[in-house]
Design a protein around this ligand. Structure first.
Ligand code: NAD
Length: 261
């Protein structure tokens, strides 16, 4: 029960990595405020949670929604301890010389500005508690050019540096800020950003599984729980001396497979 008596905000908590983190946080005693653009899924999770999860619709591209989410968490539960800035989707699938200004703006608002504003609007509440923990979702695509759309990769690289700056600025208030860096994790982000119909999901799953098996020393696709466990560690008191860092959880994808000589 690492999170007994704690309040945690999770953005993008209605699916995938966020959903697994909501489940782990609540299983270990937290009350979770789930912010997501998907009201149907978010409400259903709240209803099934027996009071452990409160859903609030939040589009992380809108500053007023982010501020509303953090204020709601503090007002409804009496304070805020943990924030997981995680909501996201794919970016523009174009080469660097083809991407439009609007495509840059859209992806930065969704994946990078949202994290900066999440930190901004959580800070006063975390300070009021005497400190807290923030975890931001980056991606292996922040560290490698080959895995994801350009705008997405650049935004996720920004999340890593933002994490370091926020950690340095906020340490004086007892607030730790870290990033989790997932490899390929089987979630709806692939089918959603590829625009696949439901019946094609199985094909996408098979494709990602095959890529993972070839590209990683740990030859399986990652699952959302793999990332939730890392987030829970960074959010917990066990990581009291850990701030400004990024935790790579990729099955060894970035070191690559070892070839025999
Ligand atoms: P997912 O599609 O399963 O979940 C994403 C969630 O974010 C959904 O519930 C969706 O409704 C929500 N969301 C999307 N746009 C939103 C918005 N504007 N405002 C609020 N909520 C919004 O995907 P996932 O894989 O769990 O993605 C979670 C995070 O992990 C994302 O930031 C993603 O970029 C990152 N990530 C995923 C992988 C992977 O392989 N799945 C790898 C690296 C990083």
């Amino acid at each position: 029960m690492r999170f007994a008596g704690k309040t945690a905000v999770v953005t993008g908590g209605a699916s995938g990595i966020g959903r697994a983190t909501v489940d782990l946080f609540t299983a270990e005693g937290a009350t979770v405020i789930l912010g997501d653009i998907d009201s149907g899924a978010g409400q259903a999770i709240e209803t099934a949670s027996e009071g452990r999860v409160l859903f609030r619709r939040c589009d992380v591209r809108q500053e007023s929604d982010i501020k509303g989410l953090m204020d709601f968490a503090a007002e409804r539960t009496g304070g805020l301890d943990i924030v997981f800035n995680n909501a996201g989707a794919g970016g523009a699938r174009a080469r660097i010389d083809e991407i439009t200004a609007d495509e840059w703006d859209d992806t930065m608002a969704l994946l990078l500005r949202s994290v900066a504003l999440g930190i901004r609007h959580a800070t006063s509440h975390l300070k009021a508690r005497g400190g807290g923990a923030i975890v931001n979702t980056s991606s292996v695509s922040a560290l490698h050019s080959g895995y994801a759309p350009t705008t997405y990769s650049v935004a996720k690289a920004g999340v890593l540096h933002l994490t370091k700056i926020a950690a340095a600025d906020l340490a004086q208030y007892g607030i730790r800020v870290n990033a989790v860096v997932p490899g390929f994790i089987m979630t709806n982000i692939f089918t959603g950003s590829l625009g696949l119909a439901d019946e094609d999901k199985a094909k996408a799953d098979a494709m990602i599984g095959a890529v993972s098996a070839q590209a990683q020393p740990v030859a399986r696709s990652g699952v959302p729980r793999d990332i939730a466990e890392a987030v829970a560690y960074l959010a917990s008191d066990a990581a009291a001396f850990v701030t400004g860092t990024d935790l790579l959880v990729d099955g060894g994808m970035l070191i690559g497979p070892r070839h025999s000589w």
